[in-house]
Design a protein around this ligand. Structure first.
Ligand code: PLP
Length: 390
């Protein structure tokens, strides 16, 4: 990345760890074998995939045979929901309204039910209980929200599901959680767990779905029968190897990164609240020192009344600061975020949202630069002559 770019969009994608790139390179060159074959190069590739499976199983708290490699988080989420419902004809899917579209779209396509969230974006457990019943086949609740960073206590969700829909499978989208939480522990109550490599220092286009033993799942992709018939298609060997290398680094560094990045995030959020009149931090609880405890360490989300998010992103980009307004897929779209709407923010306030997401490469200098650029851009957009909304 150009050294003059202040990259604060790690929730969209985070730079690859050098260890991941190094691990991948041989599989893009001389170690090109197809792991499904039987000759030497194929066996070498298969061994690499098996080793990567062991590493991912360690990171995700499951057995190696429970890891199904996918093309990323979107495929893992779709496979979990569509694949579970295919095994249970007529069953319903239930998810909170603030899920990622990779969950919402298959739930809605199956005619499923969406459940309210609270002002922090966390699923309302009473509303969840009310939406459940014996007809429910799958409940999908994300571990950490991609826009506002709110963490779900999955144990509490699992208890509600066990009580009100005991036959249902619990799926969690842990795509945004893995860089910050011990997913092996936090996602333990779920039968299905989705992750994506490019959110934690691996390459784009590869991910995994944990399918715990005893969890029935029909394949989304049928063909050559790879991944024990759970996901056909030639393995992305280099991608899988890179993902495992990133997971290995993450396991060694995660705790220290959470402390380091969390302190940077607090300085950034507190600094912007102090520097920008009427700035509102989204999804926090009260004003006490623990008001961000339910958020992942890299997440800083604010709303600026009287400002259009798209114009703010443009000015920040011009100043060399990379940020986003909502999730990366929704960013730039005219519709305000469905997550903020579900959290009860009105259209006006949600229209002035800014997501700054920090990650493993974020430095104190990045935070300083954002603390200079964001207040200046907001002030400029609020000048009546520039077309501010107030
Ligand atoms: N789920 C969440 C919570 C995400 O943030 C994302 C990506 O932004 C996805 C799923 C989709 O993952 P991928 O980009 O690997 O398809």
């Amino acid at each position: 990345m150009a050294s003059d770019v202040v990259y604060l969009d790690h929730a969209a994608t985070t730079p690859m760890r050098p260890e991941a790139l190094e691990a991948m390179l041989p599989f893009l060159t001389e170690r090109f074998g197809n792991p499904s074959g039987s000759h030497g190069p194929a066996r070498h590739a298969r061994r690499a995939v098996d080793d990567a499976r062991d590493v991912m199983a360690g990171a995700l708290g499951c057995r190696p045979g429970e890891v199904v490699f996918t093309s990323g988080g979107t495929e893992a989420d779709n496979a979990a929901i569509t694949g579970t419902l295919a095994c249970r004809p007529g069953a319903a899917a239930v998810a909170p309204a603030a899920e990622h579209h990779a969950v919402l779209a298959p739930v809605e396509a199956a005619g499923g039910r969406l459940v309210e969230v609270d002002a922090t974006g966390r699923v309302d457990l009473d509303a969840l209980a009310a939406a459940l019943g014996p007809d429910v086949g799958i409940v999908s609740v994300m571990l950490a929200n991609n826009e506002v960073g709110t963490i779900t206590p999955l144990e509490e969700v699992a208890a509600v599901v066990a009580e009100a829909a005991p036959g249902a499978v619990l799926h969690t989208d842990a795509v945004q959680a893995l860089p910050w939480l011990d997913v092996a522990v936090a996602a333990a109550p779920a039968g299905l767990v989705s992750v994506s490599a490019h959110k934690f220092g691996g390459p784009q286009g590869v991910g995994a779905l944990v399918v715990r033993d005893g969890t029935d799942l029909a394949p989304l992709l049928r063909g050559g029968g790879q991944e024990r018939d759970r996901r056909s298609g030639t393995h992305n060997v280099a991608g899988i190897v890179g993902m495992a290398a990133a997971a290995g680094v993450l396991q060694r560094e995660r705790v220290a990164q959470v402390t380091r990045v969390g302190a940077l995030r607090d300085r950034l959020a507190d600094g912007l609240l102090a520097a920008v009149p009427d700035a509102v931090e989204t999804g926090v609880t009260g004003a006490g020192p623990d008001r961000r405890h339910h958020k992942v360490a890299g997440s800083c989300h604010l709303c600026f009344d009287g400002v259009e998010a798209e114009a703010l992103l443009f000015l920040l980009d011009t100043a060399g600061v990379c940020a986003s307004a909502a999730s990366s897929c929704a960013s730039g779209a005219a519709d305000p975020s469905h997550v903020l709407a579900a959290m009860g923010l009105d259209r006006e306030r949600a229209g002035g949202s800014l997501r700054l997401s920090l990650g493993w490469t974020t430095t104190a200098a990045d935070v300083d630069a954002a603390l200079g650029a964001v207040p200046a851009a907001v002030a400029r957009l609020r000048e009546p002559s520039v077309g501010g909304r107030r």
